[in-house]
Design a protein around this ligand. Structure first.
Ligand code: NAD
Ligand code: TYD
Length: 337
């Protein structure tokens, strides 16, 4: 099998490349990544001799067609995206370009050169949010699309386009919509790695609003296994929700990280809330469980311990990242919040 993994130098894509290299040593793996601020080749260091890496933009039609012509992939898994909600609120345009037009270019290449499977890595954020006082409600695959941020709107637009290419052109597609991931190689602008990095530096931990928003956290390896199952056994044209009933408030997570690192809760600083901040995400994973037998293997209390340990053991990886342009980003986002 030849598989193109776009966005493979990012958090989840990188973990997925590690997963595929280890599980399918006979596969040809090609990683296509633009190496934006969120892409990091060091994430691929341990597997670099087992993959081919191509630096390109998924929205660059010429570069994408050239790669497809040269490699004739069987499977394309599209992780490449602008992925941070806060950045999308500041400047939506690149989100539309990469997340929507990039998806279109990839699918056009799949049509032109032929493909066994195109898989779109999407998010539960396309369903909008759930109220905090209705713990009985969950996102199913039938929940209407109802987006809140420019990020989620761009991901939802891409999903609709993927479904249109299935219906109109018969492109063999699948879509997965996963809840919040955490684990190794997570870029420190996102909640969990940001709080770990700040706590280790004894810096304030900026909690938005009252910290009561709820996310449904999934250990990244569980997400990778789910995508592996979908691309090999999932039904063409279908959407699969991925999440493992690990709902936590943000403040619970921040306090847990402080406890694990032996740091004081006085580091917690409540800051101005995110605009349009989604209240609660919670996935019903019945479909992927019934059809493909997927279940999460790592529950939050175990996964967060492993994650904190990974950040302690891999300081050079993230210290490198937060020493560069990240400082300007941090000042802009949190300076006078
Ligand atoms: P990330 O920001 O860590 O990584 C994104 C990667 O895509 C980076 O390597 C970046 O260089 C690359 N990239 C960005 N624009 C590109 C372009 N135009 N062309 C080629 N490469 C480009 O993101 P992530 O958290 O790993 O998310 C991966 C995918 O999973 C995204 O599609 C995201 O929407 C989805 N997702 C993420 C989560 C989560 O909790 N992080 C949850 C559900 C779904
Ligand atoms: P994030 O990791 O950005 O993921 P998403 O917005 O895609 O769910 O944020 C997770 C939650 O943590 C979200 O409710 C916003 C909150 N948050 C903070 O309270 N402080 C922060 O500095 C960040 C980055 C996020």
């Amino acid at each position: 099998m030849k598989i193109i993994v776009t966005g493979g130098a990012g958090f989840i894509g990188g973990n997925f490349v590690h997963h595929i290299v280890n599980k399918y040593p006979d596969y040809d793996i090609i990683v296509l990544d633009k190496l934006t601020y969120a892409g990091n080749l060091e994430t691929l260091d341990p597997v670099m001799d087992k993959i081919k890496f191509v630096k390109a933009d998924i929205a660059d039609r010429e570069a994408v067609y050239k790669l497809f012509e040269e490699t004739k992939p069987d499977i394309v898994v599209n992780f490449a995206a602008e992925s941070h909600v806060d950045r999308s609120i500041e400047d939506p345009e690149i989100f539309l370009k990469t997340n929507i037009l990039g998806t279109q270019v990839l699918m056009d290449a799949c049509r032109k050169y032929g493909i066994k499977r195109y898989h779109q890595v999407s998010t539960d954020e396309v369903y909008g949010d759930l109220p905090l006082d209705r713990p009985d409600l969950f996102f199913t695959e039938e929940t209407p699309i109802h987006t809140s941020s420019p990020y989620s709107a761009s991901k939802a637009s891409a999903d609709l386009l993927v479904q249109a290419y299935y219906r109109t052109y018969g492109l063999p597609v699948t879509i997965s919509r996963c809840s919040n991931n955490y684990g190794p190689y997570h870029f420190p602008e996102k909640l969990i790695p940001l709080m770990i990095a700040n706590a280790l530096a004894d810096k304030p931990l900026p909690v938005y609003g009252e910290g009561l928003n709820v996310r449904d956290w999934l250990y990244v390896e569980d997400h990778c296994r789910a995508i592996d199952m979908i691309i090999h056994s999932g039904r063409v044209g279908e959407v699969y929700n991925i999440g493992g009933h690990n709902e936590k408030t943000n403040i619970y997570i921040v306090k847990k990280i402080l406890e694990l690192l032996g740091k004081p809760e006085s580091l917690i600083t409540y800051v101005t809330d995110r605009k349009g901040h989604d209240l609660r995400y919670a996935i019903d994973p019945t479909k992927i469980h019934n059809e493909l037998g997927w279940l999460p293997q790592t529950m939050f209390d175990e996964g967060i311990v492993k994650t904190v340990q990974w950040y302690l053991d891999n300081k050079p990886w993230w210290e490198n990242i937060i020493s560069g342009e990240y400082q300007d980003y941090y000042e802009k986002m949190y300076g006078d919040r």
